[in-house]
Design a protein around this ligand. Structure first.
Ligand code: MN
Length: 275
């Protein structure tokens, strides 16, 4: 049973399960670090894409069949499923078919790479939360900011942040959470400068670059891409650049209300042309 919290409609209840997904795929160490942190807080089920699906955003497999297989879990008491689909598919399947009992929290990650700025709209990690949002279930997206792919990921700081936020949602000390997008530096605890609640930067983070000089293109996500940005204070990109953990509350409300009245006036003028 969902319970209406003091601050709004999004509220977890204490006796509930946690659904863990990601977009890096079922074999990603970040997924299992997150599942381990969640398993200490409640009954945890892992439902993740069979293959890496980074960059699929809100995508779901509308007309394709999806394979679903139970897979061995390295964590005692945690059941795990690999889905031949997107993170969005995993959340839908997890909530509707695979989880036993009620899911009160959806967590996605830990992504091996940042999800900052308006690129989050393309992120499978972040946009997995959309399906939870539709169902008024609170959710967290967690990403580790890695400046290069050869860097060894460390999950201690971000797992702790995930645990603290999840516990707050579950016990009600963090009421009315819809979606939180969390990015943390890939640094030891003593090097993390603090935590900031931020807004999503309006700039993108991913840049196109050419590889091999033959016109082949790839996306750059590391320091090089970030260096080209104008950094606005208070944004997620600013926080990460300052060595802080960034937490951004998100909502998925896409109507541009500032433009509706002007548009209505113009449309009224067009009406005669449409007749
Ligand atoms: Mn990813």
């Amino acid at each position: 049973m969902m319970q209406k919290g003091p601050g709004g409609e999004f509220s977890a209840v204490t006796q509930m399960g946690i659904l863990v997904t990601n977009d890096d795929g079922i074999d990603s160490p970040g997924l299992w670090a997150l599942a381990e942190a969640m398993s200490r807080l409640g009954e945890t089920v892992v439902v993740a894409p069979r293959e890496e699906r980074s960059g699929v955003g809100t995508g779901i497999s509308l007309h394709a069949g999806m394979s679903v297989a139970r897979v061995p879990s390295p964590l005692p008491g945690v059941t795990a499923y690999a889905v031949g689909g997107t993170p969005g598919d995993c959340v839908i399947l997890g909530l509707r078919r695979l989880a036993r009992g009620h899911i009160g929290l959806v967590v996605s990650g830990i992504n091996l790479g940042a999800n900052l700025g308006n690129d989050i709209l393309c992120s499978g990690t972040v946009m997995a939360t959309l399906q939870a949002y539709f169902r008024k279930i609170p959710s967290l997206a967690l990403s580790l900011v890695m400046d290069s792919e050869i860097q060894e990921p460390r999950f201690d700081v971000i797992s702790k942040v995930a645990g603290v936020l999840a516990r707050g949602i579950i016990d009600g000390t963090l009421p009315d959470v819809a979606v939180l997008n969390v990015n943390a530096p890939n640094s030891p605890p003593q090097e993390v400068k603090g935590i900031a609640v931020t807004r999503t930067a309006s700039s993108g983070y991913v840049r196109l670059s050419e590889v091999g000089g033959r016109g082949d293109m790839t996306y750059d996500r590391g320091v090089r891409a970030r260096d080209q940005l104008i950094i606005e204070e208070g944004t997620d990109i600013w926080a990460i650049s300052a060595g802080l953990i960034s937490i951004t509350p998100l909502r998925f409300d896409v109507t541009d209300c500032n433009r509706t009245s002007t548009l209505a006036e113009r449309v009224a003028l067009l009406r005669s042309e449409l007749a």
